[in-house]
Design a protein around this ligand. Structure first.
Ligand code: BES
Ligand code: ZN
Ligand code: ZN
Length: 487
């Protein structure tokens, strides 16, 4: 979809539709044409449309406007108006109207509070809403918008915001496409190829450690998971280095779980719903998407992404419950459950990130079913060993509208991981399952400031939302990009 920024008077914008937001408790409205204002006043007086979030109404052939339609969109109370709301409103409008065959949608920005943030959000919303996970359908049943116009007031300067919105949302869609790829079309090595191609396109460095190299290094925890698959593993590393010498020695690592399929291994998962486990590389996909945007937005801090990519399968060489592996860090691990594989690959990647000089680590992983029980599909579970690092990630997520909830990491939870035969066990039992998983990673991340994001409940939409298609959500991309930019 093409994104345009136009400053000419709204009346002259030739589009299939021009959209404008309407508040529930305020007459602020961005279309001045008297015919439209009268219509809206009548509409409100009729009680058929009050401006509540989720409402919309259409006026055809508005007098005085070049556009074919005016769409008014309720966004609720003026004081509660936030950027997330307008992002969703743009997505909802794009989705609803593309399906009716509209090709060009304009969005009136006139008089918007916080114009730059709103411009960015509507572009993001439209690009995210226009995306369908249908690349493997030979007959597409959904339509798409061709052009989205940000109709700005004369004199506003919104180029940067519109551009940032486009970059970030396209990166998020890149992540969604990767996460949606089935495991037969996206093995660890294919994921590595995709990362290389992306890095080349955007001027990033990419290095891929193969199985032999990982064995030389001693990544026994990661390799133990990979053993059961005939698809070889890869540790994908993508580097962004700012052009100007950074002011501090800080170096951010973004680590993403890249399990291209999680059958559970010998601790096999039930058949029902197993097909969804192709998205067990959503954290890795988010890391790559974030790097794609970071390459274009050029923050001041060096950022390196690490994606341990493996397939968790069950051939004759598969790791067994009770096996003891030695991690890169040197600690031994008793693998009590082969389905708790995410933590086993993340820790070797995090240890390696630390060795390469990363000073701060954030990881994203579809790590535990327990986080879905705890927080449902709304909040990401956030865990940390460092309050300042947690505050940075939380602030970024808040600005980007990716909800997170901080989970406890008290020392008492450490006891859950005790093993009689090795330094620690890879599971801590059902109770507090997401916390013991996070504690497992903490054992290897310490003392480096680190935040772990459990996205098992938020990386996939089981049902389509009005503003987004069913399937991968691309969650964390926006937070990661903002985190790097705001460092
Ligand atoms: N990939 C799963 C976690 C998951 C579960 C993601 C449901 C999305 C939806 C992870 O590798 C896993 O299987 N975790 C186990 C851990 C358990 C064995 C301690 C789980 O959550 O059941
Ligand atoms: Zn698993
Ligand atoms: Zn998994």
């Amino acid at each position: 979809m093409q994104i345009k920024l136009q400053y000419e008077p709204l009346e002259q914008i030739a589009a299939d539709a021009v959209a404008a937001v309407v508040f529930e408790d305020n007459d602020a409205f961005s279309i001045d044409a008297p015919s439209v204002k009268t219509w809206l006043a009548e509409l409100k007086a009729s009680g058929e449309f009050s401006g509540k979030a989720g409402e919309s109404a259409v006026l055809y052939n508005p007098t005085g406007l070049a556009a074919k339609r005016v769409i008014v969109i309720g966004v609720g109370k003026y004081d509660k108006f936030d950027v997330s709301g307008v992002r969703k409103a743009a997505g909802t409008t794009a989705r609803a109207w593309k399906q009716k065959g509209i090709k060009t949608l304009a969005w009136s920005m006139k008089g918007a509070p916080n114009a730059s943030a709103v411009a960015e959000a509507i572009v993001e919303g439209a690009i995210l809403g226009n995306h369908e996970n249908d690349i493997h359908k030979t007959k597409k049943d959904s339509k798409s918008l061709e052009t989205f116009i940000v109709a700005a007031s004369v004199g506003a300067s919104l180029e940067k915001s519109v551009e940032r919105g486009r970059i970030v949302a396209e990166a998020q869609n890149f992540t969604r496409e990767l996460a949606n790829e089935p495991a037969n079309r996206l093995t660890p090595l294919i994921l590595a190829d995709r990362a290389r191609a992306m890095a080349k396109e955007y001027g990033l460095e990419c290095e891929v450690l193969d199985e032999d190299r990982m064995r030389q290094l001693g990544m026994g925890s990661l390799l133990g998971v990979a053993m059961g698959s005939s698809a070889p593993p890869a540790l994908i590393i993508v580097r962004y280095t700012p052009a100007a010498a950074p002011k501090s020695a800080d170096h951010l690592a973004i680590v993403g779980k890249g399990v291209t399929f999680d059958s559970g291994g010998i601790s096999i998962k039930p058949a029902e719903g197993m097909e969804k486990m192709k998205y067990d590389m959503s954290g890795g996909a988010a890391a790559l998407g974030a790097m794609r945007a970071i390459a274009q937005l050029k923050p001041a801090i060096p950022v390196t992404a690490f994606i341990p990519a493996v397939e968790n399968m069950i051939n004759g060489k598969a790791q067994r419950p009770g096996d003891i592996v030695k991690s890169l860090d040197g600690k031994t691990i008793e693998v009590l459950n082969t389905d708790a594989e995410g933590r086993l690959i993340l820790i070797d990647a995090i240890t390696y990130a630390k060795r390469l000089g990363c000073t701060h680590v954030v990881d994203a992983a579809t790590l535990t079913g327990a986080i879905v029980v705890a927080l449902g599909n709304i909040h990401i579970g956030a865990f940390s060993n460092n309050d300042a690092m947690m505050a940075r990630v939380m602030a970024a997520s808040k600005e980007e509208g990716e909800k997170m909830w901080q989970m406890p990491m008290d020392d008492e939870y450490r006891d859950l991981l005790k093993s009689p035969f090795a330094d620690l066990a890879n599971i801590g039992g059902r109770a507090g399952g997401s916390i013991s998983a996070a504690w497992f990673i903490k054992e290897f991340a310490d003392p480096t400031p680190w935040v772990h994001l459990d996205i098992a409940g938020t990386a996939w939409l089981d049902e389509a939302k009005p503003h987004m298609a069913k399937g991968p959500s691309g969650v964390c991309v926006r937070t990661f990009v903002k985190l790097a930019e705001s460092w």
